[in-house]
Design a protein around this ligand. Sequence first.
Ligand SMILES: [Zn+2]
Length: 333
Amino acid sequence: RQNGETKANPPGYRKHGDEHPRSTVTFKSAGFKLDTQYDRVRLSKGSNLKEYWSDFVLCKYRTRPDVDLSTVENVQQVKVVWTGDEWELHFVCKVEIDVSEAPGEKTVGVDLGINNFAALAYEDGHSELYPLNCLKQDDYYFSKRIARCDDSDSEQATRLNQKKSARRTHYFHTLSKHIVKRCVEEDVGTIVVGDLSGIREDDENDESKDWGRRGNLDLHSWAFDRFTKLLTYKAEMEGITVEEVSERDTSKSCSCCGRKRDANRVERGLYVCDECGTVANADVNGAENIRQKVSPSPATDGGDRSNGWLAQPSTFLFDKETGAFAPQERVTS
Ligand SMILES: [Zn+2]
């Protein structure tokens, strides 16, 4: 269990030639000494790290307000994790938690992406979108302020970067919590999430998930991995299982008739099937295909599939005033 996240910057660890290290360094019980009285942890050098670490690294940490490490009896590991913006210390410990009964047996598909951070397709056919409005505004605001700093290594720039990162973390926590709450309300027992690592490795030419070029947000794949971890953790507490499935072909196939071809049009975010006439929001179509990988029954049985039911998802936005997600029409800030 990841029980605490703290901010710290151990010096100098970086893989050779890796501009954006994504590594995690794990310290087992013999490799760290925790001092909860002074909020410090001493990390010993490992044999593989000799070149980069001195004998030990002393880290001062700050936990989230809801985490008190001094009450945790058995910290088993300390992981030093690069989040893309900064280093975090993760204290791994065993805790007893009350896990709820699964709210129901229904499934929901989740497609993570750049335009809509998350698109959800529920079993009964309704769907939800979570655009990146708040992250985009934050990014724009902080990028402008950081650009105005004289020196990108200055203390001011570092502080702004930390603030930007903290906002992002808050957004991920809030969104994953909100999605789990929605799943409880909808009697969902299984959340099916597209596994993005498969796409990166097998399908590099598929431009539908070209992270770098789509949108101006510097949101990398690690952000989605991180979000999936948060979602999994919060869902488990409610007795909901999170299954990761390959995203292969989920953006190319029609979720109504299963027709797969590259020529199916995606226009202004809509997926149009030339076989059955389905018009769906492209991200929702992807989410429904992801859902069907675990629960193959189509979202609705019979009826008119060409009425665009997948094309009209409800949109939820992050409301800065309340700090929570709310339906678009109720968000004012
Ligand atoms: Zn179709």
